[in-house]
Design a protein around this ligand. Structure first.
Ligand code: SF4
Ligand code: SF4
Length: 346
């Protein structure tokens, strides 16, 4: 049996938001849903050979997929004992109905909501309060930020990326107050980096409703540079030309393994480079085009020895990592529902 700690089932290119920096390029008019029936048989075969600790349904915006209820019940039937969740921007209000609610309760699925705009908090909270069964327990964010998973690592990495060699180190969010004012001002004004910004990013609201449905509402309005580079003067895209190891080292998606069209990829980006290039003009030299198209996702009928080799090396860098950025600082975005129409569609 093959084993994976975490897998994202990517079920839609389509999204109604335009988050600049979306790592799966769904801020553009990237179109298409995966229908459950088309992939049901392949997923049944996967469930016979792949054990998952945790899985997640994502897009694009997965609630826009007409088959979302079938995906929720279908995947849960195949991997009933794994932790499961769905990631949504919670904007397609028509979906937040009894049928959707029941599917989450029946499958024990957690919902992770990204607001992507701080002005949406009130509206989304109202949608959720109308959706859940009361009484609701709202869990206080931890007072001790040392207990927030991933925060100190993220803090240290991002501070070190923007740090001038003359600045003192700042290993933890708690060292922020010891920094001189001129450094704090430069961090906040030039790099959108400060203790307050981190506290708001890492203090999501977690709640549990009367039936045990768990929902997390997070701001998520800081995005890193995506792999796609906009060439404004040509109205088309290109990709980075990075050192693959360095790009992989700083990559936030390297452990977000991805299932799409019944095939398993190391990450969403490597699966989507060729798919996006089929819908939009992406300017690359011949060598890079070949590299984009050469990634071999794992198929369900691959023989066991090959499949084990794939899974055993899935956490390592790949040649296509060169297409992702090797330097970045997070940028604040406030997403809207007006799609970004940039790019020449093919
Ligand atoms: S909501 Fe934003 S981050 Fe999420 S898929 Fe849509 S564009 Fe991407
Ligand atoms: S190709 Fe490499 S660097 Fe790019 S998202 Fe995937 S794992 Fe990360």
């Amino acid at each position: 049996m093959l084993k994976l700690d975490y897998l994202e089932f990517y079920i839609s290119h389509t999204c109604n938001f335009n988050c600049r920096g979306c790592n799966r390029f769904n801020n553009y008019l990237f179109l298409g849903h995966q229908r459950w029936q088309e992939h049901e048989e392949t997923h049944k075969k996967w469930a016979e050979r792949l054990q998952l600790d945790e899985w997640c349904i994502i897009g694009g915006e997965p609630t826009l997929n007409p088959d979302i209820i079938k995906w929720i019940y279908g995947l849960h039937e195949l991997w009933p004992n794994s932790k499961c969740s769905i990631v949504t921007n919670a904007s397609f209000k028509k979906r937040f109905n009894k049928e959707f609610y029941n599917s989450l309760i029946d499958t024990g699925m957690r919902m992770d909501i990204g607001l992507h705009d701080q002005n949406r908090r009130v509206d989304v909270t109202k949608t959720i309060m109308d959706f859940v069964k009361h009484p609701v327990i709202v869990h206080e964010p931890p007072k001790d930020l040392n207990k927030v998973e991933g925060l100190q690592n993220s803090w240290r990495n991002n501070y070190n990326k923007i740090k001038d060699p003359s600045w003192p180190s700042c290993e933890s969010i708690y060292d922020w107050d010891k920094l001189p004012t001129y450094i704090k001002e430069e961090c906040a004004n030039m790099h959108d980096f400060s203790r307050e910004i981190y506290e708001s990013r890492f203090s999501p609201v977690n709640l549990t409703d009367a039936n045990g449905l768990e929902i997390c509402i997070a701001l998520e309005n800081y995005f890193y540079d995506p792999a796609l580079i906009r060439q404004e003067e040509k109205n088309n895209f290109t990709l980075h030309n990075s050192n693959p190891k360095r790009a992989h080292d700083i990559c936030m998606s390297k452990y977000c393994h991805h299932m799409s069209d019944g095939k398993l990829s190391k990450c969403g980006q490597v699966d989507l480079f060729p798919k996006f290039s089929k819908q939009f003009e992406v300017e690359l030299n011949q060598e890079d085009k070949t590299l984009v198209n050469s990634y071999q996702a794992l198929t369900v009928d691959t023989d066991l020895e090959e499949a084990e080799k794939f899974i055993n090396t899935i956490k390592e860098p790949i040649a296509q990592c060169k297409f992702c950025p090797e330097n970045y600082a997070p940028k604040e975005i406030n997403s809207t529902i007006n799609k970004d129409k940039f790019g020449i569609r093919i």
